[in-house]
Design a protein around this ligand. Structure first.
Ligand code: M6R
Length: 365
């Protein structure tokens, strides 16, 4: 049931502080402030040479964020694939390495086929799934559940942020096992994760501003999303969410790629959504924004107070999120990204929960 919401998607967006909090409680020991996975892993991260992460759609963007985390916290190289490519490209895999599969439904055909391929190659397999009775859960060596509860809207929202929470915990566990993080580093990261539900609630409070902004976005034919670092996968997610439910064409790009092509598209008609918390790559993103502004592009900036102060460009709208540690920005910035797509779709009058041509779970290739 939709509670008091107009759509399941709205309900699911608003449930995030709660379900991400539940997921966190399953992966973190609040007393010791250390990560504690709900399943014992049948391998030692210290012996893993490479991780392969495979998923489709939004789940693959969660995997993309996790790549940055595994590489940073655990110095563990990660290869990321969309499942339809992984299963056919005959990637050389090393027996005993780790493959992670991410899926809300646990029934996505390509992801399942990729899991079977990795198993046949002798890899350890972990699935991060929401439906724990699913085929992917049943067939993987270790199951790490997201505790998002049933997700009804075709557009994945709360499953995505719960996937991020699980993957952050696993990346921290890997960092510790490999001696890349000490207890103090770990406690700091865990503190940051504990803050996420509160930060998400603060992000949800920005809804009236985003709803107003959506009126502008709804007039656009194309929208560009830009981000750097872990905000890059989020830019991809923003573009997917918008096109999927509002049918407005959107593209996500790494901000640094702007000059390599997409800048040719910029004019007064195309809004450019820039996801840029004030972090170590912020200055670089500001220069990309200047390039957009110089060509008359209209910028929607999602940032924090310091970012809003330091961004020396005129924006159509600045959405100011609370300050937070860099690690958790993908979880929290997901909220305004989802809300913008949602309200734009509502204005467009589309069937938000069941967009045309799409199925909740894609069980054929
Ligand atoms: O059930 P899964 O997580 O395996 O589904 C993967 C994709 O089909 C899914 O994330 C899709 O991209 C969503 N509709 C995006 O909102």
């Amino acid at each position: 049931d939709k509670a008091n919401y107009r759509h399941f998607m709205a309900k699911e967006i608003h449930e995030q502080p709660e379900v991400v909090g539940h997921t966190l409680a399953r992966y973190v020991d609040m007393a010791t402030e250390q990560v504690s996975l709900p399943a014992k892993l049948p391998f030692d991260f210290a012996n893993i040479g490479r991780v392969s992460i495979t998923a489709c759609g939004t789940a693959s963007y969660a995997g993309f964020v996790a790549k940055y985390w595994f590489e940073r916290f655990a110095r563990l190289p990660v290869e990321l694939d969309v499942a339809s490519e992984f299963r056919y490209r005959e990637a050389p895999l090393r027996k005993g390495d780790l493959a992670i599969f991410i899926s809300q439904s646990g029934e996505t055909a390509d992801t399942l086929a990729a899991l079977r391929y990795a198993k046949a190659q002798g890899l350890h397999t972990i699935s991060v799934v929401n439906v724990t009775t699913s085929t992917i859960a049943r067939e993987s060596e270790t199951v790490l559940p997201t505790l998002a509860g049933p997700e009804i809207g075709v557009a994945s929202t709360k499953a995505f942020t719960c996937q991020l929470m699980v993957l952050a915990a696993v990346a921290v566990a890997a960092g510790r096992a490999r001696g890349e993080l000490n207890a103090e580093d770990e406690t700091k990261l865990v503190h940051a994760l504990i803050e996420v539900p509160r930060l998400m609630s603060a992000a949800l409070a920005l809804e009236p501003q985003i709803e107003k902004l959506a009126r502008d976005i709804a007039k656009a034919q194309d929208v560009l999303y830009l981000g750097r670092g872990t905000s890059y996968p989020l830019a991809l997610e923003g573009a997917l969410k918008l096109k999927e439910i509002s049918y407005i064409h959107a593209e996500g790009y790494a901000a640094g790629e702007l000059k390599h092509g997409p800048i040719a598209l910029i004019d007064e008609k195309m809004p450019v959504v820039v996801i840029a918390p004030y972090d170590r790559v912020f200055e670089k993103t500001v220069s990309n924004m200047q390039e957009v502004a110089a060509r008359g592009g209209r910028i929607v900036l999602m940032t924090d107070a310091q970012g809003a102060r330091e961004a020396t460009v005129q924006s159509l709208e600045t959405i100011v999120l609370p300050d937070m540690p860099a690690t958790v920005t993908p979880l929290v910035y997901a909220v305004p990204v989802q809300l913008l797509a949602y309200h734009t779709a509502v204005i467009m009058g589309t069937d938000v929960d069941q967009p045309r041509n799409l199925a909740k779970s894609v069980t054929v290739e």
